[in-house]
Design a binder for this molecule. Sequence first.
Ligand code: FAD
Ligand code: NDP
Length: 512
Amino acid sequence: MQATLRTVLKLQTRQNFRRFQHSYDYDLIVIGGGSGGLATAQEAARLTEKNPKKIAVLDFVKPTPSGSTWGLGGTCVNVGCIPKKLMHQASIVGKTVEDSESYGWNIAQAGPHDWKKLVENVQNHVKSLNFGYRTALRSSRVDYLNMHGRFTDEHTIEAVDRLNNARLITSDKFLIAVGGRPKMLDIPGKEYCITSDDIFNLRKPPGKTLVIGASYVALECAGFLHGLGSDTTVMSRSIFLRGFDQQMAQLVVDHMQGEGVRFIRDSTPIAVEKLEHAKENAFRVTHKHTNGRVTSEDYNTVLMAVGRQAQTSSIGLDSAGVKFNIDTDGKIPVVEESTNVPHIYALGDVITGNTELTPVAIRAGRLLARRLFGGKTEMMDYTTVPTTVFTPLEYSACGMTEEEATNVLGRDNIEVYHTYFTPLEWTLPHRNSDQCYMKCIVGRDDKIVGLHILGPNSGEIMQGFAVAMKAGATMEHLRGTVSIHPTVAEGDECPWWRTEGRAEGWIHVRRD
Ligand code: FAD
Ligand code: NDP
């Protein structure tokens, strides 16, 4: 007890001494140069332009087991949103080429897709973004240290570069924005599998691919891989798109299946074996169905997309006294981006109770910087965050799922409106529009509490609706707004239908 007291007093004395001496190397050190970290550092630098503060960003990427590594900018820029959206677009372009004949274009049959060229172009774009971030930091007077940071005490980190040169750096405040990395299933042969950290940089086309997992990353990757010509199978152990409206999730999967993606349901892989004598990379995956049946099949690429782990195990949180979920997802609990240690903050994918999205990390970072250095008080609102799953048919959602609205508001207190629609541009090529669908969930006060759109460009459409929902849009507003015709988003030419109860089992209770 006395020893603990002595340690606390010693720490406090050291802390006060440093404060008194103003002896910290920096005013703010950001650990992690991804979406959240960069946004915070740059906003802090902008706000303190006239009275400069010393700010540093440490960013360090540990190579994947297959050796992939990348530059400044974090997950979104290098192995997330940006390369993913470009590959999604590449597959959409392929579909457009298929459609072009019906529009009178005499384009010869599209040849096989050139994976190498796509990867080269995507990576060149990513590198230009890495360069842009480095230059932006320099012109904002933020020190960029390409080093791994680990706390040694609550005001000091040890920064280590790739050649193992280490130095101690102190700071008044810290932001932990280290994000997450893909998890791997602990099965024999896992070393033959890749993750989303490798797929955007693959030098050779992936060939016949098994994607393990059933959420955002799995379905998006499976979608563009299929669109680019790979024979693609998704292996799921339970439901698709956990956390999303399940009727919509089913439609996403129905559409992918209709396009030719194969699904192995209720199964988990138990072993991956390299086929030594095969000409190409080839792996035998053995998997077990929930009914106990064990089956094997050969693939050229096995991509694990089974969730992500916060990168907190090696950053010395114990030395700084920061609490985190050591035994589970590694995430840090925060209250308004503050950890349990007053001068240490955390945001982005590394915190609990957060939607793991780039704009969420960026906004939380900017608001935090404004509170710390700009005298502002605005807090991050983590509710009603819109999102899009970039599957071949994009699915966008904002607000509650139907399941959530039923649980939270009560079945008797919600109305569900829905509509199937056919995008005009799909008519000439006779594309199947069976899964183009919108659903609007409305509370007792007519306020829209959930909106779900499955259709082309639904991300672009949802952005505008999200603004309206933030402003408190009601069904009456939606109905009373003159539409832009002919668009997918129009609500008037494509009337919102009341649901009376559907075969899938959800029941609608009419108010009138
Ligand atoms: P990150 O961007 O992950 O940045 C953390 C950085 O810290 C990394 O560079 C990491 O290497 C570095 N780091 C870690 N530990 C240390 C350390 N000790 N010292 C120094 N540096 C360290 N979101 C969207 O909004 N839209 C999308 O379309 C989208 N698509 C995605 C697709 C995929 C395949 C994935 C995986 C994610 C996608 N996301 C998307 C999510 C988005 O990328 C993340 O939410 C976002 O990048 C989180 O930002 P962050 O700042 O918390 O962390
Ligand atoms: P999620 O945590 O959302 O999903 C993990 C998936 O892996 C689930 O389908 C899960 O199944 C499955 N899984 C977990 N463990 C196992 C196991 N042992 N065996 C088989 N399957 C398993 O992770 P993601 O990596 O897909 O996405 C992480 C986050 O990144 C998302 O929540 C999102 O915020 C962000 N992101 C955003 C995108 C966008 O904005 N478009 C795109 C991609 C990612 P089960 O449901 O049964 O647990």
